[in-house]
Design a protein around this ligand. Structure first.
Ligand code: COI
Length: 361
């Protein structure tokens, strides 16, 4: 694997301090973008080349560009946090870099070296450091590395040219209500991914596949859709864009990685954070009937969703065809909030980073 150098060509017209501060006062999620982006090309026979940090701006693509037709695309999501000393650190970028490589293998794309992925993110955050929100709040700078097939042509085959890009977006809460519980619609007929499919790759197609079920969730008055496994239509897998955790008193359980769900970085971190706090944390299987029955008999005390964008978001109302129930009386559960604070304390640099997860710039 070649490791390209990244040339700096910064913007001569970045947004003014006043305009940037106005955005940072209420960034929302994924609506505003910083002044720069990093781009790196890959060409068959040449490898990675032409790494550049350039002003953020539109791409020009031929209408026959491969990705527009056959969706050979992968992406990642990670965050940079302002630290108490004013510095900035990203959270577990190496894990994102490795998952990006795994997604690339699944979609027959070239693997970007881990160090190049991290360097590209570092350079963008360093250049646009003023965009990292203030220390201590809910806000952070969300990084979105992605790769698209750029060969022009309509043949269905792995492309011979690709473009890797990193963009950055200041982010507040993913859900408009912040840490207010979200409602879940259980989709019992639509599935997100099948065994042997692409469920464990972070590729746009999985998110496109979730949109109709997500619209059905909205039609049932719910914020998110939860999927069951595609074979038995019984085992809870994940939500449209985040993983799930079930809290049984002092034991937390997350659906095991069967190949059809995404190995979330937050999901993985919480298995460890929970253990550090004295909880038992395991990967296992929870059926939809068990979810409902264990809530009704009081053993399943809380449920929460987790992901880089969503951090940890409590689940409130759950609806399925012919049934509806509430987790923790519709309030954020105590364990959910404790885990959320413990993880955010590491990310914001207000507690010891004993697992070496933070990557200071
Ligand atoms: C993330 O959490 O980073 C994701 O990519 C999920 C998406 C729903 C924003």
């Amino acid at each position: 694997m070649t490791t390209p150098t990244i040339e700096l060509k910064p913007s001569s017209t970045p947004l003014s301090d006043a305009e940037r501060e106005a955005i940072l006062a209420g960034p929302g999620f994924g609506r505003h973008f910083t002044d720069h982006m990093v781009t790196i090309k890959w060409t068959e026979g040449r490898g990675w080349h032409d790494g550049q940090l350039v002003p953020y701006g539109p791409l020009s693509l031929d209408p026959a560009t491969n990705v527009l037709h056959y969706a050979q695309e992968i992406f990642e999501g990670l965050k940079a946090y302002r630290q108490p000393d004013g510095g900035v650190a990203t959270f577990r970028p190496e894990m994102n870099a490795k998952r990006f490589q795994a997604s690339a293998r699944r979609l027959a794309m070239p693997e970007l070296p881990v160090e190049t992925f991290i360097e590209a993110c570092d350079l963008l955050v360093q250049q646009d450091k003023a965009w990292v929100p203030a220390h201590g709040g809910e806000e952070s700078l969300y990084l979105r590395p992605f790769m698209i097939a750029t060969e022009v042509g309509l043949g269905v085959k792995p492309a011979n040219e690709y473009l890797f890009i990193v963009i950055a977006s200041p982010a507040g809460a993913y859900f408009a209500g912040g840490v207010k519980p979200v409602s879940i619609w259980l989709s019992e007929d639509r599935v997100r991914a099948v065994p042997g499919g692409m469920g464990d790759a972070k590729t746009g197609g999985n998110y496109a596949a979730s949109l109709l079920a997500q619209a059905e969730a909205s039609a049932h008055g719910c914020d998110q859709v939860a999927y069951l496994d595609a074979v038995e239509h019984k085992w809870v897998e994940e939500l449209g864009g985040m993983n799930l955790y079930f809290v049984y008193g002092d034991k937390i359980v997350t659906p095991e990685l069967t190949g059809s769900l995404l190995a979330g970085v937050t999901r993985d971190s919480l298995l460890t954070v929970a253990r550090d706090l004295g909880f038992e944390s395991v990967e296992g299987r929870v059926s939809i009937d068990q979810w409902q029955a264990d809530t009704e008999n009081g053993t399943l005390t809380e449920v929460f969703a987790c992901g880089t964008a969503a951090v940890i978001t409590p689940v409130g109302t759950v609806k399925r065809a012919g049934g509806e129930w509430q987790q923790s009386a519709g309030e954020p559960g105590k364990v959910t909030l404790k885990l959320r604070e413990a993880l955010l304390d590491i990310q914001r640099g207000t507690t010891e980073d004993k697992h070496g997860w933070m990557h200071p710039l």
